[in-house]
Design a protein around this ligand. Structure first.
Ligand SMILES: Cc1cc2nc3c(=O)[nH]c(=O)nc-3n(C[C@H](O)[C@H](O)[C@H](O)COP(=O)(O)OP(=O)(O)OC[C@H]3O[C@@H](n4cnc5c(N)ncnc54)[C@H](O)[C@@H]3O)c2cc1C
Length: 303
């Protein structure tokens, strides 16, 4: 029996580098945008019947895509699955909604609790999978529930059922965070809006702007040998600011950010990561672990 035809809107050999903020990597074997629960279910059922793997891309803001591309189906949530809806002090969002938009909508309504989202250029689904955080704001504190969808159906999980740890959750590859709901506290629009402005200004000072990057490259180590120093400080002290391979370099302003200075490949990014990691290991005896997630067959050049 031949494989079932893909649902409408499924594209083959679709370039997805532009769906990542660092803009490297090859094509998705299959790519589709899911704009509703019905479309998402149909795509997931087709992938299961056909036996192809499923991956999701959010804003691609912490993602390194294999230069050889990604086998299987890559999904992006949009339309109904990217909406932001207020209901009293709750905000229900599609997994594809952008976190800064959620933070801004909350501020306009005078709702407090998700301010830190203003500086995280990812989607709600990506933030849940990554347990994103900034300036002490904690996703788990604001989150009421998420709906996780697979070909088998939807399952609602509360924060205590999401296995949150540092930049980690129990959302597995192939599971799609289709919706989430934040339970916020009533404040007033001026106070919350002022907090967003303050957070944006702090970020502007600390991090390079307008560059092609995926944010933090390595996690901050919990190894006591690091003596509390962040990955960025260790890389800077090991002389990595501005270090480049091909079109990829550690930012001169923030050493834990790698930027695509033009024409970088994922191989260039991995090579510069490997050199940074080697220097930190040699100087300080600390083995940095990547924070950036990978899509496709991306092999880190160290074991
Ligand atoms: C300039 C800059 C600043 C940043 N600052 C911060 C910061 O302060 N704090 C912080 O925590 N992070 C930060 N990041 C990293 C990044 O924005 C976060 O990790 C963000 O949560 C990733 O969301 P995304 O939608 O872009 O996910 P992607 O990068 O697209 O994907 C990341 C992972 O999540 C999965 N995923 C995405 N969407 C879904 C979904 N709907 N369902 C299931 N899985 C999904 C992907 O498959 C992948 O495994 C920064 C990045 C940049 C570029």
């Amino acid at each position: 029996m031949s494989a079932p035809a893909p649902p409408d809107g499924v594209r083959q050999s679709f370039p997805i580098a532009r769906l990542s903020t660092v803009r490297t990597g090859g094509d998705a074997e299959f790519f589709a945008r899911a704009g509703s629960d019905g479309e998402l279910s149909e795509l997931l059922r087709w992938a299961e019947t056909t036996g192809v793997a499923v991956n999701v891309v959010g804003s691609g803001s912490n993602l390194l895509i294999a230069d050889d591309g990604v086998a299987g189906l890559v999904l992006k949530l949009d339309r109904e699955l990217a909406q932001v809806e207020l209901d009293g002090t709750q905000i229900a969002c599609g997994g594809g909604a952008r976190l800064p938009a959620v933070a801004a909508a909350a501020a306009r309504a005078g709702l407090s609790g998700i301010e830190f989202g203003v500086n995280i250029p990812g989607t709600v689904g990506g933030a849940v999978r990554m347990n994103a955080n900034a300036y002490g704001g904690e996703l788990a504190r604001a989150l009421a529930w998420v709906d996780v969808v697979t070909a088998a159906g939807a399952e609602r999980r509360t924060p205590s059922q999401l296995g949150f740890a540092y930049r980690r959750s129990n959302i597995a590859t192939g599971e799609v965070v289709a919706r989430a709901c934040f339970a916020l506290a009533q404040s007033d629009p001026e106070t919350v809006t002022a907090m967003l402005a303050q957070m944006r200004a702090r970020r502007h000072e600390a991090q390079p702007q307008g560059i092609r990057t995926f944010g933090s490259t390595f996690k901050n180590p919990d190894d006591p040998v690091a003596q509390g120093r962040s990955a960025g400080i260790l890389l800077a002290e090991a002389g990595c600011n501005g270090l480049s391979v091909g079109g990829a370099r550690f930012s001169p302003k923030h050493a834990n950010f790698i930027e695509n200075t033009g024409g970088a490949s994922t191989a260039d990014v991995l090579a510069v990561m490997a050199e940074g990691r080697r220097r930190v290991l040699e100087h300080f005896g600390v083995a940095l672990e990547p924070e950036v997630q990978t899509l496709g067959d991306v092999r880190v050049p160290w074991s």
